[in-house]
Design a protein around this ligand. Structure first.
Ligand code: AP5
Length: 213
């Protein structure tokens, strides 16, 4: 099954996508993670994406669509995948439906995780991310067992360069303008389920599982 996780920055898309990926045995594909990897490797895509990401704007559609197209051709996507952070604009959603990937790009279910702006600011300003496996932690809400060290793979935790308060607020504005219209788009197709994104990570995971079943 192909799943899309929608929601504002900090809604918990990555946190839930990782759990879903473990449970459903299909890959989590995060365009944010792919772009950060391209930046770390200083590829031409990474160099083009950098200024957009650091300032909280979206990377241009053509670059992101080409990148995700390449990723979805890989063998591990045959049985399905979980998209985390894509599509993020109407042109991306339309391109996704028109392109023929190995596994049909037909959308199975879209889970819309709902969280208020103030909660997002609290979450993202305290987020710490593993530089190795990408697992997310929070200094207060979801601390690692050992400070600064990933529970999952033992590598060091970092603070993302777009998790500064001014950039977080810009990302939220961009989300409201560019991405929120996708809620009506997918609701109109009858594939969208809303999930309240506040509460414990495990409770929300239970709701997400119910929404995809
Ligand atoms: P991306 O990496 O996709 O960032 P985002 O959408 O802004 O989402 P986040 O990763 O910030 O949040 P999340 O919802 O995954 O929450 P998380 O689980 O981490 O994109 C970054 C940038 O790349 C974009 O700004 C753009 O420039 C570019 N980009 C990416 N995709 C693109 C696209 N398709 N088109 C164009 N540009 C694109 O959780 C957040 C924190 O909250 C963590 O600390 C976590 O531990 C904590 N938390 C999670 N759940 C809970 C809970 N229930 N209670 C309390 N705390 C919780």
């Amino acid at each position: 099954m192909n799943l899309i996780l929608l929601g504002p920055p900090g809604a918990g898309k990555g946190t839930q996508a990782r759990r879903l990926s473990d449970k459903l045995k299909v890959p989590q594909i995060s365009t944010g993670d792919l772009l950060r990897a391209a930046r770390a490797e200083k590829t031409p895509l990474g160099q083009k994406a950098e200024s957009y990401m650091v300032s909280g704007r979206l990377v241009p559609d053509d670059l992101v669509i080409a990148m995700i197209g390449e990723r979805l051709k890989k063998e591990d996507c045959r049985a399905g995948y979980i998209l985390d952070g894509f599509p993020r604009t109407l042109p991306q959603a339309e391109a996704f439906e028109k392109t023929s990937f190995k596994n049909s790009s037909k959308v199975g279910r879209v889970v819309n995780i709902q969280v208020e702006r103030d909660e997002v600011v609290l979450r993202l300003s305290g987020r710490r991310q593993c530089g190795g496996c990408g697992e997310n932690f929070h200094v207060s809400f979801h601390p690692p067992r050992k400070e600064g060290v990933c529970d999952r793979c033992g590598k060091g935790l970092i603070q993302r360069d777009d998790d500064r308060e001014d950039v977080i607020r810009r990302r939220l504005d961009v989300y409201e303008k560019e991405t929120q219209p996708l809620i009506a788009y997918y609701r109109g197709q009858g594939v969208l389920r809303d999930v309240r994104g506040t509460g414990s990570i495990e409770e929300i995971f239970g709701e997400v599982l119910r929404a995809v079943e």
